[in-house]
Ligand binder design. Sequence first.
Ligand SMILES: NC(=O)C1=CN([C@@H]2O[C@H](COP(=O)(O)OP(=O)(O)OC[C@H]3O[C@@H](n4cnc5c(N)ncnc54)[C@H](O)[C@@H]3O)[C@@H](O)[C@H]2O)C=CC1
Ligand SMILES: O=C(O)C(=O)Cc1ccc(O)cc1
Length: 368
Amino acid sequence: MKREKVLIVGMGLIGGSIALAIRQAHPEVKIIGMDTNEDSLTLALQKKAIDEKKDDFSEAVIQSDVVFLCTPVRATIEFLNKISSLNLKKPLIITDVGSTKLEISAHAEKVLPENAVYLGGHPMAGSHKSGFIAADPDLFENAYYIFTRSKSSSDEQLAFLKDLLKGTRAKFVEMDAGTHDEITGMVSHLPHIISSALVHQNEVFSEKFPETNQLAAGGFRDMTRIAASDPTMWTDIILSNRRILLHRLEEWQEEVAQVAEWLKDSDQEAIFDFFAKGREIRNRLPVFKEGAIPAFHDLFVTVPDHPGSIADVTNILAKENISLINLKIIENREGIMGTLQLTLKSKKDLALAKQMLENTRQYECYTM
Ligand SMILES: NC(=O)C1=CN([C@@H]2O[C@H](COP(=O)(O)OP(=O)(O)OC[C@H]3O[C@@H](n4cnc5c(N)ncnc54)[C@H](O)[C@@H]3O)[C@@H](O)[C@H]2O)C=CC1
Ligand SMILES: O=C(O)C(=O)Cc1ccc(O)cc1
């Protein structure tokens, strides 16, 4: 498999950040950029994120070994259609970064020519900002980068893509496209709808009370930051995940209707429980310690606070040939036990690592 020529279509926040990360880890790779936005392309060239820009999509694809589709979901599907009619002369790996995976991967399976293999991708990090101007090679550091494999893709092709993307320093995980869309529907797409709805409700309300916008406190700001995101991108996302989101919206309406009932009844106990349980659940979420979805193969290990204790842990794992994807010290204050977060490749490695460490009776291990 060759990674000599990489084409990135969509040189915005995500495409630009990927270009910069590939550049860092693989300076020898030639990166071609495409975008309808000339400003982003010019800036990407200036910052040396790309070697050249191209206008002709078909020609650029035919020359490339790997294509990253980093456009909004609808455009990504259109680009897959365009690839389907090409006469590819060499094997091509196609990946994307779209926030939904089911529709894109089903379409890729259906339309792609034989010489092309599709592996879905979704880095679970980003922001409400758009364009190359906001791109950052460190954007994905420690974030989950989800791969959804197509049936025709091989382990070797996935390993190849991970290596190409190693400069992102993201945590690579795999799941099927359906599970991906269920999870992101809940923790990403539904919150976006709620955030925008809140801004709309406030807009109508503040016509009557114009001081509102000046007085809005941190809570309103926290809950509405993402309402400033790109509307094309979010229209595509929620239409692509329509079926799942309709279920989540129904549940949301029930949740809110329940609170209204308690208020009507002045049910102090129910309202207290609602907030108390909410706080407890929020504090337990690993999401806000690390990435945006549950830590799959993460093992948390409390280690004694003395020099060399981290090396002791890694030596134990090395003896069993267990390799670490990532190691992070998440708590290390003087005089107390520190906590290490070990990210392992598989469930099997996680179980073995836990067993080996616990056998020494020196470490307490837990998963989330
Ligand atoms: N913004 C975020 O935080 C995240 C976004 N994503 C996904 O990544 C993709 C890209 O999003 P961003 O980089 O945030 O958006 P962006 O707006 O910063 O970049 C998208 C780029 O695609 C270009 N583009 C759009 N249609 C095009 C076309 N037909 N031909 C050529 N270029 C075209 C735009 O000009 C723009 O520069 C989307 O599918 C989104 O769902 C995934 C993870 C996080
Ligand atoms: O701005 C934020 O916090 C986001 O939620 C970023 C984001 C947007 C879309 C994704 O598919 C993943 C992450």
